[in-house]
Design a protein around this ligand. Structure first.
Ligand code: DBV
Length: 248
């Protein structure tokens, strides 16, 4: 069992329980990909698997799971709502590298600076954030330009101990996911054109940023080459632009 497998299993089981869940297509060649990292004695096999679903309110629910031994484990799990809902994104980036663990967990807002939006989607999760942040202290510097995409409930931490990831981080992940699914259950579709235009714009801003700045680009390029990596990023991980193109 690898470090983030229980997170993925929990997420899928919970989604199945709480949503009307359907499969979401994964482009051929991306469901499962093997590669190797390092040389000689340090060589490690690395397996990347992809998982994707949708539900009536959620356009794409997807995970990339990288398993490469004790010093390379990643679960990147993101939920992209349909464009006629004002729901935030659910974003989890759980990363273990030779240097340690790096944990990012948030409900990433469409309109970070809008007080009405904050009241609706950030304030309700602040108690959960505070409860976990006591044990998972702020992880320090992160890219300045990424700040507009995170909420005040952004849990960002670099635990020293793997056991903390298995216990505290796992509990935080469960609480955030369930709180997110509470928001989903309550969400009402938006039909007002002005507002849906703003939602589309905000989703594009977020997706374009993440596709452009994907911190995993270097790792995937070393493992699987740049052609595979760019197709994975634009054709699966952050696929909104492609989907909009094929729809028009
Ligand atoms: N990050 C992804 C995807 C990954 C992934 C799709 C499938 O968005 C993994 C894999 N994240 C990943 C890896 C690293 C990070 C780091 C492998 C380590 C990169 C390295 O050190 O080589 C949150 N993830 C990070 C960092 C942040 C995040 C802040 C540190 C990056 C840095 O210091 O430059 N999540 C990430 C992020 C956003 C987000 C930047 C922006 C909106 O939601």
């Amino acid at each position: 069992m690898t470090l983030y497998q229980p997170f993925l299993d929990y997420a899928i089981a919970t989604l199945q329980q709480r949503l009307d869940l359907n499969p979401y297509p994964i482009p051929p060649g991306f469901e499962r990909k093997e590669g190797t990292m390092g040389k000689g004695k340090r060589q490690e096999d690395v397996l990347t698997t992809s998982h994707a679903f949708k539900s009536p309110k959620l356009r794409q629910i997807r995970a990339a799971h990288v398993q490469g031994g004790a010093s390379l484990q990643v679960l990147n799990f993101v939920i992209f709502p349909e464009l006629n809902y004002d729901l935030p994104f659910f974003g989890a980036d759980l990363v273990t590298l030779p240097g340690g663990h790096l944990i990012a967990l948030d409900m990433q807002p469409l309109f970070r600076d809008d007080p009405t939006y904050q009241t609706k989607y950030t304030e309700p999760i602040l108690p959960i954030f505070r409860a976990h942040q006591q044990h998972l202290t702020w992880g320090g510097d992160f890219p300045e330009e990424a700040q507009p995409f995170f909420s005040p409930a952004f849990l960002w931490t670099r635990p020293q101990e793997t056991e903390v990831v298995e216990t505290r981080v796992f509990e935080a992940f469960k609480d955030y996911l369930n709180a997110y699914l509470d928001f989903v259950a309550q969400a009402e579709p938006i039909s007002h054109t002005q507002e849906t235009k703003q939602i589309l714009q905000a989703q594009r801003r977020y997706l374009d940023y993440r596709a452009e700045k994907d911190p995993a680009r270097g790792m995937f390029t070393r493992l699987y080459g740049s052609e595979w990596t760019e197709e994975y990023i634009h054709g699966f991980l952050f696929d909104l632009e492609r989907k909009l193109q094929t729809a028009s």
